[in-house]
Design a protein around this ligand. Structure first.
Ligand code: AMP
Length: 431
């Protein structure tokens, strides 16, 4: 299968070639022709499958006929809206729009919370055909009268399951109510829960369905190993693994923001350069951490699930689960950071006695047992009893299983994604 055979425009084929892509990934091969036909699409695909190009390429093609180099804002109405759960993902999606749309004169912009609204307003007023946005800030702009969706043709809900988990359902419904009903709608989700099916049946018209299961994508290429270890010895083991195996570019997951900060500081003390990335960090701080990590001047990036969601780091060699996630699907998202689009990766999980149940749940989801490798000198002490896991729900990156249903908080300084997740819960961070 070649990109040419998908019927893409020469301008897009050129951009794809410039990226060095040789063949479409399975999600691209399936989704692109359906979107080009004008069908609504319900696609099950996780990050790492090439899903972004799967919707961006055909979207650009559908909009290309009326692309204009005119400076007049009126010639650049909003024609496509891509909603994402987090600002990182929004930025990365827009980067893809720019990359693949390099040879087509369409304008794009990203809008998300936690940063000054004025530059976004200015960009919107200048005219933008492709808008990538997180739901909360989009509604802020709507309230300020900055948006006109009368000419909208395509809506993409990217990582829709995550948006629902984060409590964005009302925002999404409100946003969709502002859009023309004649639009084409594409919904991407890593899981097909009942909630997602409901959302699809409400807002998609006779959608084509495409499923790329984690089992036959990135996850399969990832070497996964569990290192059993005592709770209190995880940090020492992590430092040992990094130094003895000379690991570079290691993405480490913790459950809470507090845990991410603490681990990052401790690694620094151990002489292993590291930075933490989570929802309490300002946008410039997050960007800086990601850049330093990408260029190799920081060896370890410690992240919470939500902060790492959608991070686009090509061919990341190592992912470490310093703590297992509360929700098994998050494990798949995490290891999706490595072994991406054809390159092999490695996912190490440091698992203590408290996490045996979580590990069982993950193995059930993967439908296989993960190999266990006790590192010499770090064997767990069997006399240590299990303790309840601190999820850091109130202040951390832990994920709530319960549906978050709360009114959208007003625009403010805290990153919207994490506020939306744990609304109106008292802070209990000092525990
Ligand atoms: P995504 O699932 O959209 O986050 O994409 C995962 C990664 O795969 C990104 O780094 C893309 O640049 C890369 N990618 C997307 N499509 C292809 C392709 N056809 N061949 C090789 N790499 C790709």
């Amino acid at each position: 299968m070649s990109f040419e055979s998908l019927g893409l425009l020469p301008e897009l084929l050129r951009a794809v070639r410039e990226q060095g892509y040789e063949h479409p990934t399975p999600i691209q091969a399936q989704a692109i022709p359906l979107v080009l036909e004008g069908r609504d699409l319900l696609a099950r695909a996780q990050t790492g499958t090439g899903k972004t190009a799967g919707f961006t390429l055909p979207l650009l093609q559908l909009l290309a006929p009326h692309a204009s180099s005119s400076a007049s804002p009126a010639r650049h109405p909003i024609r496509a809206l891509i909603l994402t759960p987090t600002r990182e993902l929004a930025m990365q999606v827009e980067e893809s729009v720019r990359t693949y749309g390099k040879h087509i004169p369409l304008r794009s912009a990203t809008i998300f919370g936690g940063v000054n609204i004025n530059p976004q307003t200015k960009a919107l007023r200048a005219g933008v055909e492709i808008l990538v946005a997180t739901p909360g800030r989009l509604l802020d702009h709507h309230q300020q009268g900055n948006l006109n969706f009368s000419q909208l043709e395509i809506l993409v809900l990217d990582e829709a399951d995550r948006m629902l988990d984060m409590g964005f359902i009302r925002d999404i419904q409100k946003i969709i109510s502002l859009l023309p009903t004649s639009r084409q709608t594409l919904l991407f989700s890593a899981t097909f829960t009942d909630e997602i099916k409901q959302l699809a049946s409400k807002f998609l018209k006779n959608p084509a369905s495409v499923q790329i299961t984690p089992q036959n994508t990135a996850a399969e290429l990832v070497r996964q190993v569990v290192h059993p270890v005592d709770r209190e010895r995880k940090r020492a083991l992590l430092a040992h693994l990094i130094t003895s195996r000379k690991l570079e570019q290691v993405l480490v997951f913790t459950r809470t923001k507090h845990g991410a900060n603490r681990l990052s500081e401790q690694l620094d003390k151990d002489g292993i350069s590291s930075m933490a990335i989570h929802g309490n960090k300002s946008q410039p701080q997050r960007i800086k951490a990601l850049e330093e990590f990408k260029k190799g001047s920081v060896r370890v990036l410690v992240a919470t699930d939500i902060a790492a969601r959608g991070l686009d780091i090509d061919q990341l060699p190592h992912v470490v689960n310093y703590e297992l996630p509360q929700v098994p699907e998050d494990y798949i998202h995490r290891i999706g950071r490595t072994g991406r689009a054809g390159s092999e990766g490695e996912a190490l999980s440091l698992v203590c006695v408290d996490e045996h149940k979580l590990l069982k749940d993950i193995e059930k989801l993967l439908r296989k047992e993960l190999p266990k490798d006790v590192i010499h000198g770090y064997a767990p002490d069997p006399s240590i009893p299990a303790e309840p896991i601190q999820t850091g729900r109130q202040g951390g990156g832990g994920r709530s299983r319960g549906p978050a249903r709360a009114p959208r908080p007003s625009a403010g300084a805290a990153p919207r994604g994490e506020r939306g997740r744990h609304p109106a819960r008292p802070s209990n961070r000092g525990k």
